[in-house]
Design a protein around this ligand. Sequence first.
Ligand code: GAL
Length: 350
Amino acid sequence: MKKKMVCYIVMAALMLSLLVGCSSEKISDSTPESVAYSSYSDVKIGICIYQLADNFMSLFSNELVSYLVSKGFSRDNIILLGSANNDSVQLSQVEELIAGGAKALIINPVNSSVAHSITDLAASHNIPLVYINREPSGDEENRWESYQLDVCYVVCDARQSGIYQGELLLTLGNKALDRNGDGKIQYFMIEGAPENIDAGYRTLYSVSTLKNADLQLDCLLDEVGNWDCATAQLIVRKGIKEGLIPEVIICNNDAMALGAIEAVEQAGLKPGEDVYVVGVDALPEAIEMVQEGKLLGTVYNDYVLQSHLAADAAINYLQGNGNEHYIGCDYVKVNRDNAQDIIDAINNKK
Ligand code: GAL
């Protein structure tokens, strides 16, 4: 019922703006709440993370909270909620945050489709909104542009991370990768989550980078590990037990790469010698594995920069200033040669 009401309000506002021929005006004709603040200590900010147990999102959200505190927000006014990977839970959390007086929202959507309703809710209350990590659909982003909504999206382009994974493998050359010398690279693909844009792009672009370099590939197994270490470990263990011997394991993230490495070792194989594993994120444990040579490489998913950009975007909105609707940042390839530099760079940026 509440959702319907919000829809009606937003639709009415949209129709009004069309009628008066000013589709470039704000979605609501009331005065935006964004006023310049001289201090943020009393300003409430709401954050929803699709799932707090996710290793990468937990690093991201911790950094986001510390950065907001460093910018003058009081820890008590930063409401950080985990959405239990459930879009209706997330939607009611957004309603509660708005009802509780949040002046800005930073949301990691459970999936791209829930973003539409979240945007409706925020826009109808004139609350600025910053999406992080999971991309809302293209249509949704066009709507922010058409109606000049205070909504933006901060992210690294997942295609780049897939390409970098492929390039990390290519540094070894075909001969080293093709351990059994049959002219093909036998590989396992461990994907993040179904219909997740990062997972889709990383899978597609890692493989196409190898194919573009004329490598012959033989996919032995392609399964979803839900970004999770234990799930990936089970998948890889089962595959090897069934007699599938990969030369390469490509994982959509590091948590799953760590699980894959454990399974490889349990099977009596040597990661970094018998099987080459690559991940994404550059979790601290994964960088250690790179230094030990067990993980061939990973790709730094710059959570420090992304969390700072997201907080800065929310602050810009609160100050009555706009933001680009898409705020991008770059991934960085991590191998044994630059692993220590990456650790130092992360620590320096914090
Ligand atoms: C990715 C990250 C994964 C996982 C996922 C959640 O960017 O690499 O580890 O956190 O986001 O959407």
